[in-house]
Design a protein around this ligand. Structure first.
Ligand code: ZN
Length: 174
């Protein structure tokens, strides 16, 4: 099932939690009130920003994958749509405003060793802004599909880039 985060105390009343078999599996439940700690899988969203036959990658400043290259992506804030999150992450990490063109992938990602994540990746195109690495990015650069950096951060990035190469053996990516 993957790594799990378990709280020790009740978020409602502060009493100790204990594991109980509830709704089909073992879950932390309060020993005093009716609180059950349902564990949700967080969502992260990001974008493959394309320019002709090039894709935008950032060099990650933080773990997982520190120093390696990957798509701008990050956790969805409460109240955001996945598209909002993807646009915001691209803006924060690269300075570019983008338009979402289409959905590329939705998957349960195991690339972060600390937690499972629902990952939503879009294909996007720049509409404004100036390329400049910031926030969690050390560098932000467009790379030709045929000349990607060796040090990619995640399996899903590698897979998606291969998928784009297969889908668009020549010409612009769209
Ligand atoms: Zn409680």
């Amino acid at each position: 099932m993957g790594p799990s985060q378990s709280a020790a105390f009740c978020l409602q009343c502060g009493a100790v939690l204990e594991l109980r078999h509830l709704f089909g599996r073992s879950r932390p439940a309060c020993t005093r009130c009716d609180f059950i700690a349902f564990e949700a899988t967080p969502t992260a969203a990001g974008a493959v920003v394309v320019r002709g036959r090039e894709v935008l990658l950032i060099q990650r400043r933080i773990d997982p994958g520190r120093g390696r290259w990957g798509f701008p992506a990050g956790f969805q804030d409460y109240g955001e749509t996945p598209e909002d999150s993807a646009r915001r992450e691209v803006r924060e990490e690269t300075g570019l405003e983008v338009r979402i063109e289409r959905l590329l992938a939705v998957e349960l990602s195991r690339d972060n060793p600390r937690k499972l994540v629902n990952l939503v990746i879009y294909l996007a195109r720049e509409v404004a802004g100036e390329l400049r690495a910031a926030d969690d990015a050390l560098q932000a650069r467009f790379f030709p599909l045929e000349a990607l950096p060796e040090e990619l951060a995640f399996d899903n990035n590698r897979r998606l880039l291969q998928q784009l190469r297969d889908e668009f053996p020549s010409g612009d990516i769209s």
